[in-house]
Write a protein that binds this ligand. Structure first.
Ligand code: GLN
Ligand code: ZN
Length: 790
């Protein structure tokens, strides 16, 4: 390879962005949406805010020097919903009659048509949004991110028509502002695979030929409007695909190549390795292929080996899923080698995926510790990194020497910082023995000891932890946060709330009480704020779904627990009653899953650190006289890797971490866990291996699913199948709950069954919770009575 060729190659390296956050640096989109939903602004005002956000994103990228800018990466609510609207996949019950889709139909699909009826139990995961009028589409996780999309719903005899020209409109909008963009579309194969078909066949891919003409029409229009490239996202390429799905991809891109020959397609894969889909991806007649080299750096060699000279390779080298500053020198080492060896086609560099999953701008974090800040990069900073990389490749590293040097220094400081590396944590980790992840005795033995202590009746009643976070609770917290309410007054207020909750539970006859979690803002943040190694942002919002944004904590260093976190509240609550009070903790896997995790050690290691910190807390709760401790793991299932071949390894360490946190106590202390779903048919034996004495799960809405999971697997310990759907304001009556319990008794032994709601009650009102729990206690009593008769 001559130097001449090398510089020809490098000169052509382009910098591309695949998508930016949509929400605005100050959450402008949320404000506008909520104003619109509340009737305070009209549609035009909402559109104006949206257009302003798009224009700002283009201007920002342009100013930074991003060569290839996306359009149609914006969405008012969700890009999968936008795709459903584009292809006219609007279920009949939304009453759409054809023609342009009204904004309120769009929002009805997003959230049902009863504004404000949406309730998520924890603010992290999303749950269905039930409404009293027209229901919303279902919502579920976008691959392994914490973003949630609206699940496309295909009806029997589904037909598709081009019902929205949003991609074209936004391309033209950018053009009018002087920007030539590369529109982004969600690819048809991934789109269909994400959907649910109500057809008897239940097979969304059967709709491929029906939907493709709509895509072809949109692509033709984009081409006619002057688009030379489009980005088509097919993240399904990193999943386990059967041959039929690969055929669908070949068919789709073959058709596009014939139907719109002048339009170049950048086919984007992300969130993992192409793996056994690599050959298929490389065989598709598209002009460009984007790959994620952050999640899967090892795919670079096979990729280059099969690369085509006529195809642009887009290398995702900057992490779109995490917030760490990139190792620019390390990336350059690899890229320069690629460019030398890859004497074929042109190269683009890009983030690994859309920057939707990271906060917008680190510069807004004016209060952040300087060292931590110097280790981070949010969306804007990541774009800058790419521009620097591009410049270094084109003009040589000397051209950006100062910036590369600054990045290297920050990375070196992080690698050696005493704030990050705590030898005591490393020592504790090294001292973990297998016995620490095991309770002293087997469950059968523990059960007798626990029963002797707890003296619970059959079908014991309990709840999942939180009670309503009322206006008063939120106000007091805010006032305390601002310094307007003194520590003493705030604590006094929380104690009164807690005491009332304890008295009331006694009064209605709950068997195992909870303290209500009034002191907690959020089930992860509350603990993160008390653990070393965690940091928080002021403005680091990322979209969880629609207008719901979260600020994930950042795990930047070794995690340890400087002092007890919950013992005071639990001990106080226990002091008010002679009934057992359940301690309440967020588990290690959930603490990990809902945070940005450091990238300089394996996730499993970080999780073990958290597990050890929680283990100390569990032991301290026991010492303080707490006889039952619940360790919530609502995120355990969502941590499953995208590829099945990686499940086992994940489940091994996830279960081990839970057990590490739980197993420091005496046999007589009862360990509970909680999960907000019951879809664990394929991981049920791992759930069993967690060996919690009691598990509570969500089952009330999907009566049958609980039963499914227990076919062929006898869950060995106790289990509380939720009997009260806490996502709905509806108060379940005694009969409905009794019926569910009778159903559960068909699958489980009576001694195994606990009686509890699906999840925490913090999003509900006391007016709903009071009668619901009174009914729940009555249902449990009925079952006890029929047990006595039998
Ligand atoms: N203990 C928590 C609560 O009740 C559990 C929440 C959850 O599982 N998402 O709020
Ligand atoms: Zn839950």
């Amino acid at each position: 390879m001559s130097n001449q060729t090398m510089s020809d190659q490098t000169r052509s390296v382009q910098v591309a962005a695949l998508g930016l956050p949509r929400i605005g640096p100050r959450r402008e989109l949320k404000t506008a949406l909520e104003n619109y939903w509340a009737g305070r602004i009209d549609a035009d005002a909402l559109y104006e805010v949206a257009a302003g956000l798009r224009a700002a994103n283009w201007a920002r990228q342009h100013a930074l020097g991003i060569g290839i800018m996306p359009s149609n990466d914006f969405s008012l609510y969700d890009h999968v919903l936008d795709t459903s609207v584009m292809v006219g996949a609007i279920p009949a019950f939304y009453g759409w009659q054809g023609g342009a889709v009204p904004l309120d139909t769009y929002f009805a699909m997003a959230r049902g048509n009863q504004a404000g009826a949406q309730a998520a139990c924890c603010g992290h995961g999303a749950h269905d949004a039930p409404t009293l009028g027209v229901r919303a589409l279902e919502m579920t996780k976008w691959f392994d991110t914490n973003y949630h999309y609206m699940v496309p719903e295909f009806e029997p005899g589904q037909i598709f028509t081009l019902a929205s020209t949003k991609p074209l409109d936004e391309f033209n909008e950018a053009k009018a502002l002087g920007y030539h963009t590369r529109p982004v579309l969600l690819g048809p194969v991934t789109y269909l695979k994400l959907g649910k078909s109500k057809d008897p066949t239940g097979d969304p891919l059967a709709l491929l030929n029906a939907v493709l003409p709509v895509y072809v029409e949109m692509l033709s229009r984009l081409s006619a409007a002057g688009a030379d490239w489009v980005q088509i996202d097919e993240p399904c390429l990193v999943l386990d695909l059967d041959e039929r799905s690969r055929d669908a991809l070949r068919h789709t891109y073959g058709l596009f190549a014939r139907a719109v020959p002048n339009l170049k397609i950048m086919l984007a894969s992300y969130f993992g390795e192409l793996g056994d889909n690599l050959a298929c991806a490389q065989s598709l007649p598209v002009a460009g292929l984007h790959v994620d080299l952050v999640r899967a750096p090892e795919q670079l060699q096979p990729l280059l080996a099969g690369a085509r000279r006529d195809q642009v390779l887009s290398l995702g080298v900057v992490d779109g899923r995490n917030i760490w500053r990139a190792d620019l020198a390390g990336i350059l080492d690899r890229l320069e080698a690629v460019i030398v060896s890859h004497d074929a086609g042109p190269i683009q560099i890009a983030p690994s995926c859309s920057l939707l999953h990271v906060p917008i701008d680190l510069e807004l974090e004016t209060d952040m510790a300087a060292d931590l800040k110097s280790w981070l990069a949010f969306a804007v900073q990541k774009l800058k990194e790419l521009v620097l990389l591009g410049k270094a490749l084109r003009q040589g590293r000397e051209a950006v020497w100062a910036e590369l040097n600054a990045a290297s220094i920050a990375i070196r400081r992080r690698a050696t910082s005493a704030n990050v590396h705590d030898p005591a944590v490393a020592q504790r980790l090294a001292a973990i023995t297998p016995a620490m992840a095991r309770r002293t005795s087997v469950y059968e033995h523990r059960r007798n000891l626990q029963q002797a202590v707890l003296q619970l009746p059959a079908f014991p009643t309990t709840s999942i932890g939180s009670f309503p976070q009322t206006e008063a609770v939120r106000k007091a917290r805010a006032a305390h946060g601002k310094g307007a309410l003194s520590e003493a007054d705030y604590t006094g207020f929380l104690r009164r709330e807690t005491e009332q909750a304890v008295r009331w539970q006694e009064e209605i006859g709950i068997d195992m009480l909870v303290h209500g979690e009034f002191e907690r803002n959020d089930m992860v943040q509350y603990f993160g704020e008390q653990l070393a190694g965690y940091a928080f942002t002021k403005h680091g919002w990322v979209q969880s779904y629609g207008s719901r944004y979260v600020r994930p904590p950042i795990i930047f260093g070794d995690v340890s627990r400087p002092k007890p976190m919950t013992v005071e509240w639990s001990a106080y609550a226990q002091s008010l009653t002679s009934r057992p009070m359940k301690g309440m903790l967020t588990g290690p896997v959930t603490m990990l899953q809902w945070s940005f995790v450091r990238d300089d050690m394996p996730r499993a290691t970080v999780c073990r650190q958290i597990a050890l910190a929680l283990r100390q807390e569990v032991i301290d709760l026991e010492l303080a006289g707490i006889k039952a401790i619940q360790i919530d793991e609502p995120a355990l299932r969502e941590g499953l890797p995208l590829r099945r071949s990686e499940w086992q390894a994940y489940l091994e360490w996830a279960v081990e971490c839970f057990r590490l946190s739980a197993s420091g106590v005496e046999d007589s202390t009862q360990i509970h866990t909680h999960m907000c779903y019951s879809e664990f048919n394929d991981i049920i034996d791992s759930i069993g291996r967690m060996d919690a004495d009691v598990i509570s799960i969500e089952t009330s809405r999907s009566k049958m699913e609980l039963l499914d999971a227990f076919v062929g697997y006898r869950y060995p310990n106790e289990i509380g199948p939720g009997v009260y759907d806490i996502h709905s304001p509806r108060v379940p009556d005694v009969e409905a709950m009794t019926e569910l319990l009778v159903k559960a008794s068909d699958r489980l032994a009576a001694w195994q069954i606990w009686v509890n709601p699906d999840c925490g009650l913090k999003t509900r009102k006391w007016e709903e919770v009071r009668p619901a729990l009174v009914n729940m206690v009555a249902a449990a009593r009925q079952l006890r009575a029929s047990l006595a008769e039998a």
